[in-house]
Every structure is written in C-alpha cells, then in structure tokens.
Ligand binder design. Structure first.
Ligand code: AMP
Length: 220
C-alpha cells in the first residue's frame, strides 16, 4: 500500500479519517500532534517547551518534529505503508521529509488534501471533544461522531474533554499558521503529480467523506 499524507486546515477531520483508514487497511496512523502531545505530557525540558508552543498554536521546530517522526517511521509496522497526519506542515518540512524518506528508503506515496472553508473548520473545532485516555475524537455537530452517551468516551467510559487548543483564539492562530505555512504544500504536491483533493461541504456526512478518501486510496 502507498504511504498517505493528509493535508488540511485544523479541525477538517484529518485525524478522524486517518484513523478510519488505518483501522480498515491495518497500517499505522502517525499523527505528529499526538507524538508531540505524548512528549509534552512528560515533565522534561523538551516536553514543557513543546507544551508551551502547542498552547499558542505555533509550530514546533522542524528538528524536533522530524527527529520524533524518524524514530517512529523506522519501526517495523511502517513497512507496508502508513498514514501521516499533521506532517509535513511547511515547505521546509516537505524538503526535510524527502531527505528523511531517502535515508530510510521509503516512498512519498499519495497526498490527500481535505479542502474545507475556514468557517466550517472553526465550527468543527469548537464542537470537538477528545478522550484523554485513548485519544478518540468526537464531534457534536457531526452525526456519526457524537458520543453515544453525552460527554462520555464510547470506548473508555470516561469524561470527554475539550482539547486545550480548540478555542476560538488558538483556532484562529492555527488557521493563520496553516495559511501561511501549510497551504503552499498544495501547489508543491500538485506539481509533483501526487495530490488528490476531497472538498468538504457542511451537509456531507463523515461516511460520505470517507468513501471519497477510500476511492482515492483504492485507485492509487
Ligand atoms: P494537530 O493535532 O495536528 O492539530 O497539531 C496540534 C499542534 O501540534 C499544532 O498546532 C502544532 O503546535 C503542533 N504540531 C503538530 N504537527 C506539527 C508539525 N508537523 N510541525 C510543527 N508543529 C506541529
């Protein structure tokens, strides 16, 4: 299976769809946000530094993130393909990633861009809840993503929380960072001939979006 990269503004649903694909095709879902949140939970100097950067919605340094990613991609479970969610997030990271791929003998694969308006992404960010135990993400305005029991994780039975960067102010910063740094990746990957686009409209169900993503993966 080809390696897959998801590019999207914050709260477009890349984590949710990456997770669904990973379960269906039995390949790892590697979220750099999750790798960083794990690191930030440690009370090390690096952990604290990462926590403070994430709190304001800025980007963690390329060296730190690329090193964390390299350590993850060399694991055996990445041998038959993997899904990257949240990386690369800038042209600099795209160049670093290609170097990294060369050094570990892996291919770029396919890049899926989830194209969503700022307004809809913000609405979704402000309705998102996560489980701090298993990392599952829920959304109160997406029918299939609502928890079965109000405010409780379907899997762990514990209370759901709002991610501390899912507030209006941080969302706006994250979105601006996306426009400034990540959006340029779209033209870059289009020129390379590896870009596929899924346009997300408000009335689309998560299932509808996922079947479009699956079509791309199966055709590739
Ligand atoms: P996400 O879970 O993908 O929304 O990421 C949450 C936060 O983690 C971002 O706002 C950044 O602070 C940080 N982050 C995630 N991926 C990267 C990356 N590739 N480069 C730098 N910072 C990142």
């Amino acid at each position: 299976m080809k390696n897959i990269i998801f590019i999207a503004p914050p709260a477009a649903g890349k984590g949710t769809h990456a997770k669904l694909l990973a379960e269906k095709y039995n390949i790892p879902h590697i979220s750099t946000g999750d790798l960083l949140r794990e690191e930030a939970a440690k009370s090390t100097d690096l952990g604290l530094k990462i926590k403070n950067i994430m709190k304001i919605g800025a980007l963690v340094s390329d060296d730190v993130i690329t090193e964390l990613l390299k350590n993850r991609l060399v694991k055996d479970d990445c041998d038959n393909g993997y899904i990257l969610d949240g990386y690369p997030r800038s042209l600099e990271q795209a160049f670093l990633y290609e170097k990294l791929l060369d050094s570990i003998n892996k291919e770029l694969g396919v890049v899926i861009f989830l194209d969503i308006s700022k307004e809809l992404a913000m609405k979704r960010a402000l309705s998102r809840l996560v489980c701090s135990n298993c990392g599952s993400s829920y959304n109160l305005i997406v029918e299939e993503l609502k928890p079965k029991k109000e405010n409780i994780c379907d899997k762990c039975g514990i209370e759901l929380k709002v991610r501390n960067d899912d507030n209006e102010k941080t969302f706006i910063n994250r979105y601006e960072t996306y426009v400034e740094k990540t959006h340029s990746l779209i033209d870059y990957y289009k020129e390379k001939g590896v870009l596929e686009v899924v346009r997300i409209e408000e009335q689309m169900s998560a299932l509808e979006i996922f079947s479009k993503i699956e079509e791309i993966v199966n055709n590739d």
